[in-house]
Structures are given as C-alpha cells and as structure tokens.
Ligand binder design. Structure first.
Ligand code: SF4
Ligand code: SF4
Length: 311
C-alpha cells in the first residue's frame, strides 16, 4: 500500500503554470494547476503555450537588450548574433533544452512546461488550505487538457481528495469516457467546455467534431456529477444565433447544471503566439467589448437560459 502511494506521489507531469488565489475556476478561492498538452486546437485559445505536449521556449523580443549571453549558451544555433550585433532567434532550431534561460539577465527567455511530481504540486496546492476552508474553495486542474496526462491527473486528484481538498476538473470533454468514469469519485465539480453546437463547425474551430464531447456531457450529467458548462464566445466566430440557441437547448436538457458561464474572448493569446514563434490564428481580433458580453447574456436569458452569467 505504501509503495503504491509513493509511486503515485512521485509521478511526474508537465505543468506550465500554477495560479494561486484564482477566483474564476470553480467556487471560492482556488489554486489552479495548468497541465500541458491538448488534443484540440481552438482558434481563440488564450493559452497557446498549453497545446503542445512538450516544453517550449517563450521569447519576448521587446524585453531583449541584445546582450548576446544566450548565443554562447545555445548549442543548437537557435540563439544568433546578427551582423550588426543585435540578437536573433530561430524558433525552428530550438529544442527547448532551457540552457539559455538562466543566462538571460532580463528574463526575455522563459521555458514553458516544467516537470513536477504530484508531491511537488500538492505542496503548492496545500499552502492555501486556510483560504479554501474559509471560502469554500479548493484546487482546479486545467490546461491544456488535463485528461491528456491522465495518470498524473488521476494521481493529483487522488492526493487532493486524500488531503480533504475540494477538486474541480476543467475539461474540453473529448477524452475517452472510461477515463472520466474512473475519475468520478475523485472530482467534486466538472467545468465542461461547450464551444460550438454544430459538429462540423466545432471541427472547423477546434480541429475535432463534438459527438464524443456531447456524449460525455450526457454521461457525466446522468452520473449526477455537478457540472458547470463553460461557453467560450468569440465575436464573429461562434457567437451566432444558432449557437446561442444551442447553449439554451443544453441548459433546458440539463436543468440541474450547477452553472452556465460565458467565457468572453480576450486576445491575450495573440502576443503569446508570437512569443512561441507561431502565427496567431485570429490576428487583430479585439477582445469582446462590454456591450457584446451584455448582449450575449441578455440573449441567453431571453432564450430561457436563466443561469447564464459571465465568468
Ligand atoms: S532552449 Fe536550448 S535550444 Fe532553445 S534557444 Fe535556448 S539553449 Fe537553444
Ligand atoms: S540573453 Fe536575453 S537579453 Fe541577452 S540577447 Fe539573449 S534574449 Fe536578449
């Protein structure tokens, strides 16, 4: 028994962020653990650094002071000195070994994706135990898609449960049902994404149809699991009347949903894509305005979706 516990707490996962005092990822004050890797590729993703399964290098050109310290540190020729003494960076050559990060004096280089054991993550999560107790909060697993690191996710949830910490799982719903079924006793609340009503549009926007996602939603609901439906809305992309009606239809089909949250698009992902050396899929699209947000909520309420609120 002890061996099994040791094995699960020493399991390692790839974490790209841990946010303490989060107020938007479930009830109360929470610590949200973000895992790397996602099987979808949503056009509006505000965490593009979460999608790839391995570590990646963030390079913030605006912060670079051209000291060239990183050039000597890089064995792969990704960090380069230009003819005029300025710094250049070739993302395609970077293996994300991390050697350059420590020598950069201004933190213009940052490795995204740190291997961490369950024990190390829990040590951070447990720091705010008093806040959880007073606010009804806990820990949330997010990503990326946490189900893509299933063994690590299961071990983390299990450790949190054992520590008496409320657990929330944010998921895109696309993992095999057997995995969700296995986690049912370990998850107190599911934050379940609903991105497009029509499967062909869902595929076009995320890279995958939504049949399995809707089936998993149905099964989680029938299993009596508390679910908050999370609906990212992006102006001109998926905020059409048909999808708003689709959200309302889901709310009527599942009247016991714990909540329906509209996640209004913001364009923070664009700058992050540039730092990763990728092209932002929605370049120039501004964040949703307060008017657009209010209109979505008013429309959803008018369609009978009384629980809809902004996240
Ligand atoms: S992470 Fe490694 S390969 Fe990438 S630029 Fe830095 S030193 Fe070079
Ligand atoms: S070490 Fe940092 S500041 Fe210096 S050239 Fe490299 S990226 Fe720029």
């Amino acid at each position: 028994m002890v061996c099994v516990k040791l094995m699960s707490t020493s399991l390692t996962g790839l974490v790209f962020d841990i946010q303490r005092c989060s107020l938007h990822d479930g009830p109360g004050i929470r610590t949200t653990v973000f895992l790397k890797g996602c099987q979808l590729n949503c056009q509006w993703c505000h965490n593009p650094e979460s999608i790839a399964f391995g570590p990646e290098l963030f390079y913030t050109a605006e912060d670079c002071i051209d000291c060239l310290a990183c050039v000597a540190a890089c064995q792969f020729g990704a960090q380069q000195a230009g003819a005029n003494g300025t710094h250049g960076f070739d993302h395609a050559r970077c293996t994300a070994c991390g050697a350059c990060v420590a020598v950069c004096p201004v933190n213009a280089l940052k490795l995204v994706g740190t291997p961490m054991t369950v024990e190390a993550v829990m040590a951070q999560v447990e720091r705010d135990r008093d806040f959880y107790r007073r606010s009804g909060g806990g820990g949330t697993l997010s990503g990326g898609e946490p189900m893509m690191q299933f063994a690590f996710t299961r071990a983390l949830l299990s450790a949190a449960k054992e520590a008496g910490i409320h657990t929330a799982l944010e998921t895109n719903g696309a993992a095999p049902w057997e995995h969700y079924a296995e986690l049912l006793p370990l998850v107190d609340l599911v934050l379940f994404d609903f991105k497009a009503t029509d499967s062909a549009i869902h595929r076009q926007l995320t890279g995958m149809g939504n049949e399995r996602i809707l089936e998993n939603l149905e099964r989680l609901y029938r299993a009596g699991k508390p679910i908050v439906l999370r609906c990212p809305l992006v102006p001109g992309i998926n905020d059409d009347a048909g999808h708003l009606r689709g959200i309302a239809a889901v709310s009527q089909r599942y009247p016991q949903l714990s909540g329906i949250e509209v996640m209004a698009y913001h364009n923070l992902g664009t700058a992050k894509s540039v730092r990763l050396g990728a092209t932002a899929p929605l370049p120039g699209l501004p964040s949703a305005t307060p008017d657009q947000r209010s209109r979505w909520i008013e429309t959803l309420h008018a369609l009978g979706c009384a629980k809809a609120q902004l996240s």
